[in-house]
Each structure stands twice: as C-alpha cells, then as structure tokens.
Write a protein that binds this ligand. Structure first.
Ligand SMILES: [Zn+2]
Length: 219
C-alpha cells in the first residue's frame, strides 16, 4: 500500500496549521491571521504570516510559503512522506513505514516541483520589480486585491521578452523541464517562446501543497 491521495487529503484537511507551526515559531494573533518571526530568513520585525482560514503560511520577507506539510519539509529539511508522518501522528492517524517508502518512489517529480517553485518566485519578483508589471499592479488595485492577498496567493507577473528563459539559463535550470511543464513552448524550428508572456500568474497547488502548474490571466 502506498500513501494514498485520500490519506494525504484526510490528513491535510484535519490538521491545523496554526498548531503545527506554533510548535516551532512563536505566533501572535494579527487580525484574521497569525504573525511571527520567520524561521527561514533573518529578521527582527515579524513578516511570517499564517492564515488559519487558508491553512497556508507565507513570509512577506523571503516569500517562503505553503501548507502545513510544506512548512515541516522546509523547517526540518525532510521529505513529503516524512512530513505527512509527523502530521498524521499529530492527528492520531497511523501511516505505515511501508506506505512512506513506496511513496518515496515518486521522487521523479522532484525536478518538476523544484522548477515550478522557482518559476513562481520569478513571477512574484517580476510583479514587484519589473516596470512592465504596472498593468498587472493596476489590474489588482482595480479589483481591490490588497498586497497581503497578492502575496498569500503567490500572485505574480510574467513579463515576457525572454526574461524567463534568461532566468532559467542564469540559474542553470532545465529548459527541457520548463517545456515539459508547458511554461515554455518550442516552435517547429526549435526556437523557445514563453507561453504566458504578459499575463498575471497564479500558481496551482497540488493536494500535497506544492506548485504543479500555473494559470495565466490575460490583461
Ligand atoms: Zn522569511
């Protein structure tokens, strides 16, 4: 038996991210959310936020974010099955070691997850810093989506003009993986193009809380 999707959902739906993170980070209530000093980057003023309604955390300083499993993975530097084991134990749900072992075989997706996460960071930084993102910023302001929500949901902007391709090359990220994910396209002549150029970008999360794809809104 492997760690099934159903079991993963059961655990993630029942866990309370505030309880999980409170074990490691001192959290204080701040409006509808909780705030603390980020364990992932050095800071004095708290910019690490936890949303009980969305069951995700997000740091406004270093943009680390995700669900309870993602937090444990990042905090303990452990794998997804190991994080699920810790969450399950908290709920009194048992996961067999055997389940965890067989789940480990899906590590082949690791490069896809990694590239997706880095791409999301690139889109978010572009929304923040690229002058071409003004159209996206105005769109968000027009819809009264505040900065906090923009960050919580990891909303970004794809500036186009080969900036994403340059980003992959500069950081030695796999162009082939980006093509496989559908972020980049390849023309018949073999030249690369950015599928989402000029769009507002939303990451799509897997049930395990990792970015597996992107949605792009034409502006
Ligand atoms: Zn941080």
């Amino acid at each position: 038996m492997r760690l099934s999707r159903e079991k993963i959902d059961e655990i993630l739906q029942n866990v309370n991210i505030v309880d999980v993170i409170s074990k490691y980070v001192r959290l204080k209530k701040s409006g509808a959310n909780y705030k603390g000093v980020c364990p992932f980057h050095s800071e004095k003023t708290p910019s690490f936020m936890v949303s009980p309604s969305k069951q995700i955390y997000h740091c406004f300083g270093c943009h680390n974010g995700g669900n309870a499993a993602g937090f444990l993975m990042e905090f303990h530097k452990i794998t997804f099955p190991e994080a699920m084991k810790e969450l399950a134990a908290e709920l009194g749900i048992s996961i067999d070691l055997e389940d965890v072992k067989s789940y480990d075989k899906s590590d082949e997706y690791e490069p896809l997850y990694d590239l997706s996460a880095k791409t999301a960071q690139f889109f978010m930084e572009s929304l923040d810093k690229n002058p071409a993102a003004r159209i996206a910023v105005e769109y968000l302001q027009g819809r009264r989506i505040n900065q906090a929500s923009v960050k919580s949901f990891m909303i970004g902007y794809s500036p186009g003009n080969n900036t994403l391709i340059d980003f992959y090359r500069k950081n030695n990220l796999s162009i082939d993986t980006a093509v496989e994910l559908g972020i980049l396209g390849k023309s018949e002549s073999g030249s690369l193009f950015e599928r989402f150029a000029g769009r507002l970008m939303f990451p799509v999360f897997s049930p395990s809380g990792r970015i597996i794809a992107f949605g792009g809104r034409i502006l």
